[in-house]
Every structure is written in structure tokens, then in C-alpha cells.
Design a protein around this ligand. Structure first.
Ligand code: ZN
Length: 610
């Protein structure tokens, strides 16, 4: 290990060549924020040159002692934070200088940033930084941090994908323009109106009172407000789902019948009068039909589905989940976690084969069924990089055979375990089960002796696992013995009346799933969007209702935005834009025309331009 300024450089000898490995630590350039621009016509960090062409102006990233990020044009002389006055502590300028120093000493520079549009933009910057000192620069791409993948990448370098870089530039400019224009309207115009309403004397509701102090402190503007093309529609879903949730309160009977536990909604017209007085239930089980079925495994994880499971099974917020995935990737335990591909490479299939042969021996043939789950492309599903399950990984680390460079928590193992199992299941044979379907007829007997018909309810259950197949690795099938046909009397101790909501609230998990289904947001932004809504205090977590509820501020912000800028932040407009950005990535749409379109749109809404 050697040090070049702040940069640590590791030397690895691979026989025919030696690799010097270092990390840029993320972005080295960012759009500038100062708007003065010395005579240049600036639109929030984007200069308009001759003939109206746009030039995004990037600068190095400085950070003050209090963590403020400062990016200004020609910022070399800035020694103090313009926000808080604290001294500047770090500047990516030093990373850039160190990268040049290293580049001077080597024959070839290989840039191995993350395999997505953001990574391509960082690669683009690094290439430009070292090009003056070393002409021999190429891009390498790997989706897992393993020796095999890295050697393969090093031996197959490619040139930069400028379409990806352009797509990232458009995304950044779009974010910046929407952020600075729409968000600044919220921070001043909206905020003043909101506070007038809050502080008006006739409002006594407690929902309102909690904001009064905030309005007194920040009279004319409040910076913790933002809007966005993805953020705002998602806020709308949470509000909408909450309304449906509120309207969906229903009386349920919770009932245990043999090994079956059922929750049966009572039709509204039969609800009246029976709430307290049920003495017993009569349940007729009929029309049982048995069938043998094959059940297929689910595909391996993509970003949205892994976030869904981590959130619902491990109860982790999505932002924390992404952090753990990032760490597992960097440790070389899993493939790249920002992906919407379910494809399994030959390497992946080999990992599954090796694992199954090792733990199942001669039975492996019965369980191993390699599947590709999609075709072509460099992108892959999220899967383990080695045939080592969570339990063995833990003991290998305890024995010091694997020495991870960071501490591995129980949560890391739990997330790895999910990924490992889901992947093995995806490479395994179908399960064979015997399923039973039937109908329950329900009747309540009241205190008065009166009998009330509660309608009928279908049910189905797996009564026998004939072959477990993939379920051995990732359990989705549970065996329960169904009741036989006949009439059952169910006493008070075996049922319960409960008021609950048929429409569940949104959760971290369901929001991410909806974003994926509706093509709003991308693997790299799913977690951040949800997190932002919490940080802005637009929404909150309700433990008693197990879901996310909108707060008054969130509702008002949404109202303000949709009434004034509805066309800008609508779900449909966002979806169309996302598709266009993907077309830029594929080189099918000129990024320049898209930037122009965005500017015209924002000008039409009187948000940009002059
Ligand atoms: Zn500062």
C-alpha cells in the first residue's frame, strides 16, 4: 500500500502485470451552484453559450467542517464555507491531483466505476482528468468484486459509453432545474401561504398547531421543502392510499378451524347488531377439490424485489437496506445491487451448481435446474458471488479464513441469507404439492337465538408437499391440514371479532414495488425518494396502522403542486420522461433535444428562463 496525498493505492501482482488499485470515493465533479457566473448567462449551473447551447458547468466538490457541500465555479480560492463560515476540510481537487500522479506512473489506466449511468459519468470525469498525463485510458466494467470478474474486466476493457454519460447529464440538469425552480417556489410562495393558514386564529386543530412554531421561526422561507418529478407522484400515492385505507374499515371474524386460521370480512349489510352478541358460529365446509400442482420458483432478486423483501421480512427502511447492499457488493459477496435485470450468467449458474452438489451430493440432480431468467446484456440479477451460504460465510469469517475489510453485522448476514436463498431457489426445480380448495358457509348464532347468515368464503391450502424442490432453499409454501367437509360449531374461544382495514397503507416495500410497476424512478433512486419524503416531514410511519401516513404538510404541498404545476409533476409526464431518458442511454434520442424540451416546459410554467 502506498499513499498519494489522500489517496491510498494498493499494489496487486497478477503475474504478467501489476495492478495499482485506488478509489475516487464517488463523484469528483458536480454541477456548480453559484449563480453569479461572471457575465455568463446561467440557469442554475447550466451556462447558455453562443446560439443558446447549454453547457453544464461542473466544479470540484468541497466539504466544510460542518459537512456542507460547496461547488462553485473557479472555487480554488474558497477557503471558508459560504453557508456557515467553517473552514473547508476536503476538496476533490486533491483526489484529482493524486489520480494524475498515479496515472503518470503506469502504462495503462483502467477506470472501473460502478456499472450504471452514474458510474459512467464518474468514469467520464476520471478519463478527462488523467488524459493529459496518460493517453492510454480505458473503461472496465465488472458486476461483482471477485478476482475472476476483475481479471476478466481488465482483460476486456472497452471505451466510454458516451450515451450513458449524456443520459446522466440530462438527469442531473433535470434534477437541478426542477429542484431549484419548483422547490424554491415551495420554500417561499407555498410556505408563506401555508403559514398564513396555520397562524390564522380560527384554526384550533392539533394537526395545525404543531406547525405554528415552525412558522413563527421561519417566517418568509423554509428550506426543508422540495418537489420532484418522481417524489411528487409518489407522495400522491401515499395520500391516495391513505384515503382509501380510512374508508375501508371493516368488521372481520378471525377464526381457527383445525390448522387453518382465517380472517373473514362480514358484509356491511349483515354487520349491524351482531357485534357483541355472537354466541357461536356454524361453519359448513363443502365442495372440497384436490389437485396436484407444480409450483415454480420466483426469479432471482432485482433492486425493487430485494428492497421489498428486506423491508417486509427484516423491517429495514429502504435507505438502510441500500447501504447494506452496497457494502455486501463492495465486500465481494454479491453482484451489483442496482439492477432491474433478472438475468443469470453462466458464472451464476455455476455458483448454484457447485453449491447444490456440495450440500446435496447425489441428490443435486433432483434440485438443480439452471435458468437464465432473461437474455443478453451485461447486467445481471442480484446473487451471491460464491457457493457459500450465510451460515458457512459466518463460520469462515469467525475462523479468519475470509477477512472482510469491514465489520459484518447480523443484519448483513440476514440480507445475504435472503439473497442467497432466493437465488438458489431460482436455479432449482419446481415443487410438487397437493392443493385443496373449498368453500366455507358461515352463520352466526346470536345471544337471542337468532341466526344470521354471514355469507360464504372460498379458501385454499397446500395439504401435502410431494416434492419440495426450490422450497427447500426459499420457503414460500407452507403445509396445512384442511378441515374435512361437514358442519362445525365454533365456540367463542376459537373466534374473534376485529375491526380492521381491508386496504392496507403503503409501506417502504409497497412503494418501491409500485415505482417499479409504474416505471417511475430507477434502481438507483427507489430508496432515496422514499427517504426524502420522510426527511421533508411530508409523511410519517404509523406503527399502530403498520404503514406510511401523509402529514398535513405533505398533503398541502401536494395540493399546491398539483393545482399549479400538475402537468409537470404528473405520473404520466414522469413516466414519459423516464422513457426518453432511457432512450438517451440507448442512443436513440439526442440528449440535447431533451434538455431543450425540459427548458421549454419549465419556461411554459414560468419556472425558468427570462
Ligand atoms: Zn458549512
Amino acid at each position: 500500500m502506498r499513499e498519494y496525498g489522500r489517496l491510498r493505492v494498493y499494489e496487486v501482482n497478477l503475474g504478467s502485470y501489476t495492478l495499482l488499485i485506488t478509489a475516487s470515493g464517488g463523484h469528483i465533479y458536480e454541477l456548480i451552484t453559484d449563480l453569479s457566473g461572471g457575465g455568463v448567462d446561467h440557469l442554475y449551473g447550466v451556462a447558455r453559450g453562443k446560439g443558446g447551447r447549454f453547457i453544464p458547468v461542473y466544479g470540484t466538490i468541497k466539504r466544510c467542517a460542518n459537512g456542507h457541500q460547496i461547488v462553485v465555479e473557479g472555487g480554488k480560492d474558497v477557503k471558508e464555507c459560504p453557508i456557515c463560515g467553517a473552514p473547508i476540510e476536503t476538496d476533490t481537487e486533491t483526489v484529482i491531483e493524486a489520480l494524475r500522479d498515479v496515472a503518470l506512473e503506469v502504462d495503462e489506466v483502467l477506470v472501473g466505476t460502478d456499472p450504471d449511468t452514474e458510474g459512467e459519468k464518474i468514469a467520464f470525469d476520471i478519463v478527462n482528468v488523467v488524459l493529459p498525463v496518460n493517453k492510454n485510458v480505458r473503461r472496465v466494467e465488472f458486476h461483482e468484486v471477485t478476482k475472476r470478474a476483475i481479471i476478466n474486466a481488465v482483460e476486456n476493457p472497452r471505451s466510454l459509453d458516451l450515451n450513458l454519460v449524456k443520459a446522466q447529464l440530462v438527469r442531473r440538469v433535470e434534477d437541478r432545474w426542477i429542484g431549484f425552480s419548483l422547490s424554491s417556489r415551495l420554500q417561499t410562495d407555498f410556505w408563506k401561504g401555508f403559514c398564513r393558514e396555520i397562524l390564522s386564529s380560527d384554526v384550533k386543530e392539533s394537526r395545525y398547531r404543531r406547525y405554528a412554531e415552525l412558522c413563527m421561526t421561519y417566517r418568509n422561507s423554509y428550506r426543508n421543502l422540495s418537489a420532484g418529478r418522481v417524489q411528487t407522484p409518489v407522495l400522491g400515492w401515499i395520500i391516495d392510499t391513505y384515503r382509501k385505507h380510512e374508508a375501508s374499515k371493516t368488521l372481520f371474524i378471525k377464526l381457527v378451524l383445525g390448522e387453518l386460521s382465517l380472517e373473514i370480512p362480514i358484509p356491511p349489510e349483515r354487520r349491524k347488531g351482531i357485534k357483541r352478541d355472537i354466541v357461536k358460529l356454524r361453519v359448513r365446509v363443502k365442495d372440497l377439490v384436490r389437485s396436484e400442482e407444480e409450483v415454480n420458483p420466483l426469479p432471482p432478486y432485482t433492486t425493487d424485489s430485494v428492497l421489498y423483501d428486506i423491508s417486509s421480512k427484516l423491517k429495514l427502511p429502504t435507505q438502510r437496506a441500500m447501504q447494506i447492499l452496497q457494502e455486501l457488493f463492495e465486500l465481494g459477496f454479491i453482484t451489483y445491487h442496482r439492477t432491474d435485470s433478472t438475468r443469470v450468467s453462466d458464472t451464476g449458474k455455476a455458483v448454484a451448481r457447485e453449491y447444490m452438489q456440495e450440500i446435496l451430493g447425489s441428490d443435486a440432480d433432483k434440485y438443480f435446474r439452471p435458468r437464465s431468467w432473461g437474455e443478453g446484456g451485461a447486467h445481471e440479477c442480484i446473487r451471491p458471488t460464491r457457493p457459500i451460504d450465510a451460515e458457512r460465510l459466518r463460520s469462515l469469517i469467525e475462523e479468519g479464513i475470509i477477512e472482510p475489510v469491514r465489520r459484518i453485522s447480523r443484519t448483513h448476514f440476514a440480507v445475504y441469507d435472503l439473497i442467497f436463498r432466493r437465488f438458489m431457489a431460482s436455479q432449482s426445480t419446481p415443487a410438487k404439492v397437493r392443493r385443496v380448495r373449498g368453500v366455507l358457509l358461515l352463520e352466526a348464532v346470536l345471544d337471542s337465538g337468532e341466526e344470521v347468515d354471514l355469507g360464504e368464503q372460498g379458501f385454499e391450502v397446500v395439504e401435502e408437499m410431494m416434492f419440495d424442490g426450490f422450497n427447500r432453499f426459499y420457503r414460500v409454501i407452507y403445509v396445512r391440514r384442511p378441515p374435512e367437509e361437514g358442519l362445525y360449531e365454533v365456540g367463542k374461544e376459537l373466534f374473534q371479532l376485529k375491526e380492521w382495514y381491508t386496504q392496507p397503507l403503503h409501506t417502504y416495500a409497497s412503494i418501491v414495488r409500485e415505482m417499479k410497476e409504474k416505471e417511475i424512478g430507477r434502481p438507483s433512486t427507489y430508496a432515496k425518494i422514499v427517504d426524502t419524503l420522510f426527511k421533508r416531514k411530508y409523511v410519517a410511519l404509523s406503527r399502530s396502522r403498520s404503514g406510511i401516513v401523509p402529514l398535513l404538510l405533505g398533503e398541502k404541498v401536494y395540493q399546491y403542486l398539483t393545482s399549479r404545476y400538475g402537468g409537470l409533476v404528473s405520473e404520466e409526464r414522469t413516466r414519459v420522461l423516464e422513457r426518453k431518458m432511457r432512450s438517451v442511454e440507448e442512443g436513440k434520442v439526442d440528449y440535447y433535444s431533451l434538455v431543450t424540451e425540459l427548458l421549454e416546459e419549465l419556461t411554459d410554467f414560468k419556472l425558468l428562463g427570462r
